[in-house]
Design a protein around this ligand. Structure first.
Ligand code: PLP
Length: 374
């Protein structure tokens, strides 16, 4: 059965409130029934579990919003972008001047890398960790100081604090870390951020934090909104399953927000913005997805345990497992079984990162793991 949606009905369904004058309905569209969520194959017969995407999304309300947006795409997204910004600011409990939107959080990482790497700025980051900000800083003439993870493959916060020196322009923390999935202990991280940000800015990349068991207890956004020299980045690519839409944001001090905005070159599409607004209103979807991702990563850990392999206490939408062989060999063997996983993350060259996929994809993955590691 077809559903007739206008913008007002759609926004109501999405749980968003808005000023009627600012966003008066402009067009009604016929929205066809939604297809069941599916994860298009990377190649025929292959399961893609190497990019930390979330195949449970986008939520049905976000998909519906995108269908509506397609028909309105002759218009620039003006009031809609303001509405998204307003909703995000309300979510974070800060003024809109403390939010920067990006084409994925990747655009924000690039802007921050260029900003803090400029004039030989030195970025302190963990090793291994997510490299996009560091690479941008290096392109801008900056340098990286890479601090090895501790024995539990978590950020070594004391060592990172000790590394801060006169040339440090930024400390970059990824929580949970990619590729290891490990989280920083919440109280220790807060203390670290309070102390270190009194000397240099601290950037916390919380791309996967909404997938964890205790998002509210672990987020550092409150420090960014309460006057500390802290940036927190979030993405719609992970918990909201919108990697292909490209939407992320940062919460940060107003002055720094203005500096980063000056380096942003992207501009969000109406489709992405409307999907973002709908996603923010769909809390039931987020709760259900979080549970599915947790079940998926715990099943991978149980599999590793059953096969006698080490694994980390990962909390994102992926697991990190010691394969006992060079990871390139493991990747080849898994691919022969129809599953794309991992890539080398030096210096942890026997470890593989495996993303949680749809249940049927995980069946293929578990079968492959038993064959390759059994
Ligand atoms: C830790 C981390 N931060 C940021 C990103 C960038 O994500 P996006 O640009 O899709 O928001 C990723 C992508 O995988 C990531 O793993």
């Amino acid at each position: 059965m077809n559903t007739l949606l206008n913008r007002r009905q759609w926004l109501k369904a999405a749980g968003a409130t808005l000023a009627a004058t600012a966003l008066a309905p402009r067009l009604s569209l016929r929205a066809d029934p939604l297809p069941a969520p599916s994860a298009p194959a990377a190649a025929p017969g292959l399961v893609q579990l190497s990019w930390n995407e979330n195949p449970f999304g986008p939520s049905p309300s976000a998909q519906r919003a995108m269908q509506v947006a397609v028909g309105r795409s002759c218009r620039y997204p003006d009031a809609e972008e303001e509405e998204l910004l307003r909703l995000i600011a309300a979510r974070e409990g800060c003024p809109t001047s403390q939010i920067v939107l990006g084409n994925g959080s990747g655009e924000i990482l690039d802007a921050a890398g260029f900003h803090f790497g400029y004039e030989k700025g030195e970025i302190i980051a963990a090793n291994p960790s997510y490299m996009q900000l560091v690479v941008a800083a290096e392109k801008a003439g900056g340098a990286a100081v890479r601090i090895p993870l501790n024995a539990r493959l978590e950020h070594d916060l004391p060592a990172m604090a000790a590394a801060v020196g006169p040339r440090t322009s930024l400390v970059y923390i990824v929580n949970p870390n990619n590729p290891t999935g490990t989280v920083c202990e919440a109280a220790e991280l807060r203390e670290f951020v309070r102390t270190v940000s009194a000397r240099v800015p601290v950037f916390i990349d919380e791309a996967y934090l909404e997938c964890t068991d205790d998002f509210a207890g672990r987020t550092c956004a409150g420090l960014a909104t309460s006057g500390h020299n802290v940036v927190v980045a979030r993405t719609f690519s992970k918990i909201f399953g919108m990697a292909g839409c490209r939407l992320g944001y940062a919460v940060l001090p107003e002055k720094l927000a203005a500096s980063l905005r000056a380096r942003m070159t992207g501009s969000l599409s109406l489709t992405t913005i409307m999907a973002g607004i709908a996603s923010l209103g769909d809390t039931a979807y987020v709760t259900a997805t979080r549970a599915k991702l947790k079940a998926g990563r715990e099943a991978l850990m149980a599999q590793a345990r059953a096969l006698g392999r080490e694994y980390t206490a990962a909390q994102g939408n992926f697991a990190f497992i010691k394969t006992g062989m060079p990871v390139q060999d493991f990747v080849k063997k898994m691919r022969a079984e129809g599953v794309i996983v991992g890539r080398p993350f030096p210096p942890l060259l026997e470890w593989a990162r495996i993303t949680v996929g749809l249940p049927e994809e995980m069946e293929t993955c578990h079968r492959a793991l038993r064959k390759v590691l059994g």
